[in-house]
Design a protein around this ligand. Sequence first.
Ligand SMILES: Cc1cc2nc3c(=O)[nH]c(=O)nc-3n(C[C@H](O)[C@H](O)[C@H](O)COP(=O)(O)OP(=O)(O)OC[C@H]3O[C@@H](n4cnc5c(N)ncnc54)[C@H](O)[C@@H]3O)c2cc1C
Length: 503
Amino acid sequence: MAEDWDVVVVGAGTSGCALAARLADTGRRVLLLEAGADHREPADFPAELRDAATMRAAAPGHEANWDVPVELFPGRVVGVPRGRVVGGSSALNACSFIRATRADLDGWAAAGNDLWSFDAVLPAFRRLEADADFGDRPGHGADGPVPVRRPGEGHPLADAFAAAAGEQGHAAEPDKNADGPPGYGPVPLNVAGGMRVNTAMAYLSPRRGLPGLTVRGGVTVHRVVVEGGRAVGVRTADGTVRAAEVVLAAGAVGSPSLLLRSGIGPADDLRAAGLPVVADVPGVGAGASDHPQVYVPFRPLRPLPAGLPLHGVLHATSQGATAPGDLEVLPWLTPFSRITGAPAGPHQDELLVGVGLQREDSRGRVSLAPDGRIRLEHRYLSEEADRRRLREGVRLAVALLRSPALAPMLAPGSGLPGPVLDADEALDGWIRERLTTAVHLAGTARMGRDEDGTAVVDQHLRVRGVAGLRVVDTSVMPQVTSRGPAATAVMLGERAAELMTAT
Ligand SMILES: Cc1cc2nc3c(=O)[nH]c(=O)nc-3n(C[C@H](O)[C@H](O)[C@H](O)COP(=O)(O)OP(=O)(O)OC[C@H]3O[C@@H](n4cnc5c(N)ncnc54)[C@H](O)[C@@H]3O)c2cc1C
């Protein structure tokens, strides 16, 4: 039967929008299917998705949020947000827009993916951004679709954090996207005029009405249709959409889930769930990585100016680290109740420093249970090296709070009590109690060389064992980036479009 489309892309998320737009630019007839709502123009998005000062859509119950149950470690299940709207998670995230580091990307290359080395993907990073601060510098772009800008000086607490980092001996890192040594510096934000510029705004809105690109919201894809070993389309509630090529860009939970539901995954799990085995691909869902996170509380003595919650961030290198800047210390300068719209409670003026382990050794997985449900287990801190490094990160954050530049501005009791901070066992308990996730899941359909039995896609992002099928989103990262993955997810869409038109 004839195809209806050259390419069907499943998921108009962070990677999917960039991919679909760039493929359409090359003359392909592209259909982009999104389970959540479609909004054609930036002004059509609900106010809480546009306003970069809040993250109300990340609260449970919002229609733009999948609210996925995840097991952080055995016995602790929480609901985590993921975007369900055009723009995907970029439509409700915190707008920190930091590229993967050279060590991250060259690590991917060393795992058999030389098309993804830092130097190989730098043109895609340059192409996607309009950097208002450094756009004219080497390695940057000034006229891409995603606006990037860093907060200036002048916020009393943000300036004090920067000074405290200097006092603690951390280097200044004025451009987090400059491939320099890690340190403290302003957070690059994909915000313009206070608006969170998601990838649907950046990539789809300017192409609305062009004949090559069709976007359909409110369409959930149930599975990939495979005939004779080749993907020929996707199944939705309305029937089969046929295409010459199928691309899953449904995110690090959605894409492996779709593979599994299509009979592509570990054969034993598929059989146990009563699904026909279309392709035995043992690595689907395995080897997932993310950023375990914990929040250190503090209270300013004086009320703070309103504005964006993120200003500066510290990347520091833990003892025995395998990559530079594997610890992140990120102050949030707006109370969480105001950011998320949750009831304020007794700690309404409390602020938080997020401490993230950016290069975990522990590995999680997305799997298919015998009853057909999808299960996400992080298995956070299952390695002692991770526990040790997260303790180090918390102590680093408290050292900042106690440093002369910052301490006089904070209420007593900020940070952690000394006895908890100083004893490893007590600190482990404190961390475990408060452990959460940065929601940076990656690596659930990893790319890798043919001999790697756990790789799901090759470096052209083609799924092993099924022709005409690719995955293009954070799932394919061999390991999560040691910075937030959003900027790299956009790059993935850009770079995949290049590779798809070259092969
Ligand atoms: C609350 C929150 C805050 C974050 N903050 C930051 C940050 O500040 N900086 C940073 O770098 N990273 C941040 N992240 C992480 C980052 O935003 C994500 O890792 C990244 O956007 C994921 O991109 P993706 O393309 O892989 O998936 P997504 O952007 O999630 O896109 C997947 C899309 O596929 C759709 N979809 C899924 N299944 C189906 C289906 N069956 N049929 C049709 N459509 C489907 C979804 O609705 C979604 O639109 C945050 C994430 C969250 C949730």
